[in-house]
Design a binder for this molecule. Sequence first.
Ligand code: SF4
Ligand code: SF4
Length: 198
Amino acid sequence: MSEENKNFSKKIKKIFIDPKIFTFKFGCKCQGECCNYGVFTDQKEAEFIISIKDKIIPLMDESQSKNVSNWFEPPEEDEDFDSGFAVGTEIINGKCTFLDKDGLCTLQKLAILEGKHQWEYKPMYCILFPLTIFEGAITIDDEHIDRLKYCNKVDANELTIYETCRDELKHFFGNEAFAELEKYREEYLNEIQIGAEK
Ligand code: SF4
Ligand code: SF4
């Protein structure tokens, strides 16, 4: 992760927190349009996915490629990934190589079939979206949200992106760090409320 991000003051587990996540309204109501563009995985995640190819391939359908060499783009340097390298999943038939014709992620399907946690095999950036890690901070992936046709385009979203993604954030940070995040959120919301009342 990038070491410096001068825009944010709070850091948890070496990651800065963009407080916009506490107030930005978001509703997740479409059928997984976000998977149509693929995802950047950490190189280590891509290598792990390839290592379990024999379990993945039998679950793929005719809209997906069973040829492993078609699954990932070449690695590129990126400090926001633990290994220092990001690897994009390829787009096949207008969708991520791991998305089947029914709109299900094969990696998630495999984990569920094996009785594991549904996100066991899923790249971290898939779990986090519509949040992302950018320049060392957890923030809103507004660039991707904006280019999607349906994502967050419905009116009257009652929840914030933080509330919508609570489980994902807990999974990402772990229980202890998530408790710290909850505390920071309370403090931040109190602070802006006091500011608004002045
Ligand atoms: S995150 Fe956005 S694109 Fe993805 S399923 Fe939810 S609303 Fe749809
Ligand atoms: S790996 Fe799965 S969740 Fe991630 S973009 Fe591809 S189909 Fe979607």
